[in-house]
Write a protein that binds this ligand. Structure first.
Ligand code: HAM
Length: 414
């Protein structure tokens, strides 16, 4: 038997319906905030991701040569593609450009619960403006999405990668090696970060100071420890968020992010119940457009790990009842099959979701099948009732049955 590739999943109808339902909630929330949907290709020229995504993403890139010898990669994320799209065709549009997207991304990771090689992101980007108001808009949307899904146990942590980058540069880390150091700090691998920075000539005092900076965590009051303009900036951001009703945020200067392109504010949301793969959302401000041949444009965005947030919701018991169907039509014998086809078709045309037995099942089996398919009613088409112009309408929750004229059948469902 051929199996699906490692780290991928199939979604059966119940699961797919649940996913579409919650995806719809995210889409509605994004629209409610004035964002519009875009889509980009699932594969791009590898270069797009090599330019600035950083070592973490590169080692996981699904890259190959196509038949025309072009270097192609399946997208590991969608920020770079959206910015490329902006440079290619939207750069003259009035700013800011507020877009959202939903789709699969690919990373060659070691699969485990909450970590897949093909996974789905629901993300958004605000392109064309830098500032606390832009960052607040992005974080407020992320918070509203998480809330709209009904998740209770989560944390939003906000940091500023600019502060850390500056401190690392001041300590003497060469620019081209910043990513290596940030990678250690992201994972809090201090034991590995120390010798790495020592080798680059950073003093022990500076190293301690950098580690202390990444441990600057707490409520808004810790901002008094954040040096310079970044502290003022984050204070302004937090007060905007408060005004927008987002009060449950924490400050954490240890938020580093796994991608290389962030320049200022960075944030993450996590659902502690998920354990190791608890990060359900990540984002921040960045500039990428100048790398792709456009002007330098400031942007802020984030992406929710759709699969992960669904897992977190499942752990909290946030269920979803499949919609089922309004009616299941059962022809009692072969001679009424044409009439039954006419009836199911009239129901469908009237907007009533309806299915029909095409297996020729006996009544008990047909009713059982209908119940399994979540039918709220069965329309039983029998020769005897038809003679009087009627069918039997059965309420599947109570088992009550009554005769209804065929011509009035659709009305019963309004
Ligand atoms: P990211 O943190 O790499 O950021 O990914 C966003 C989210 O995708 C993560 O928080 C996580 O929930 C989910 N995710 C990542 N890898 C996997 C995986 N292998 N399996 C399941 N879920 C996963 C970005 O991709 C940025 N483009 C976000 C952004 C948008 N920044 C600015 N704009």
């Amino acid at each position: 038997m051929i199996q699906r590739p490692r780290g991928t999943r199939d979604f059966l109808p119940d699961e797919m319906e649940r996913r579409r339902h919650f995806e719809g909630i995210l889409r509605d929330t994004a629209k409610n905030f004035g964002f519009r949907e875009v889509a980009t290709p699932m594969f791009e020229e590898s270069e797009l991701f090599i330019l600035r995504s950083g070592p973490n993403v590169l080692k996981e890139l699904y890259a190959f040569k196509d038949k025309g010898d072009r270097e192609i990669a399946l997208r590991p994320e969608m920020t770079a593609p959206v910015v490329r799209m902006f440079v290619n065709g939207m750069s003259n549009e009035p700013k800011p450009i507020k877009v959202f997207y939903f789709g699969q991304c690919f990373r060659y990771e070691r699969p485990q619960s909450g970590r897949y090689r093909e996974f789905f992101q629901f993300g958004s980007e605000i392109i064309g403006n830098a500032g606390a108001a832009t960052d607040a808009e992005a974080i407020a949307l992320a918070a509203a999405m998480i809330k709209a899904l009904g998740l209770k146990d989560y944390r939003i942590r906000i940091g500023h990668i600019g502060v850390l980058r500056q401190r690392i540069a001041d300590a003497g880390v060469p620019k081209e090696r910043t990513a290596e150091v940030l990678q250690k700090l992201d994972k809090k691998l201090y034991d590995e970060g120390r010798p790495l920075m020592e080798e680059m000539g950073v003093s022990a005092a500076d190293i301690d100071d950098i580690f202390a900076l990444t441990e600057t965590v707490g409520d808004v009051s810790v901002l008094s420890k954040v040096p310079g303009e970044a502290g003022d900036y984050l204070r302004e951001l937090v007060s905007l968020l408060e005004a927008m009703g987002v009060r449950d945020v924490e400050i954490d200067l240890g938020v580093v992010r796994g991608l290389d392109y962030y320049t200022g504010m960075v944030f993450e949301a996590e659902a502690p119940a998920l354990g190791a793969e608890k990060q359900i959302c990540g984002g921040g401000s960045y500039t990428l457009s100048e790398l792709f041949g456009g002007e330098k444009v400031f942007s802020t965005g984030f992406a929710i790990g759709f699969d992960r947030i669904l897992l977190a919701m499942e752990k909290e018991g946030i269920g979803y009842q499949p919609e089922g169907i309004d009616a299941y039509v059962i022809p009692v014998s072969d001679d009424v099959r044409v009439k039954a086809a006419e009836i199911v078709s009239a129901l469908r045309a009237a907007g009533v979701s309806a299915d029909i037995d095409i297996m020729g099942r006996k009544m008990q089996k047909a009713l059982k099948y209908a119940s399994g398919a979540g039918a709220r009613h069965c329309v039983i088409v029998g020769a005897k009732e038809l003679e009087a112009g009627n069918v039997i309408l059965r309420d599947m929750s109570t088992g009550d049955q009554r005769e209804v004229p065929v011509k009035d059948i659709a009305e019963q469902f309004i």
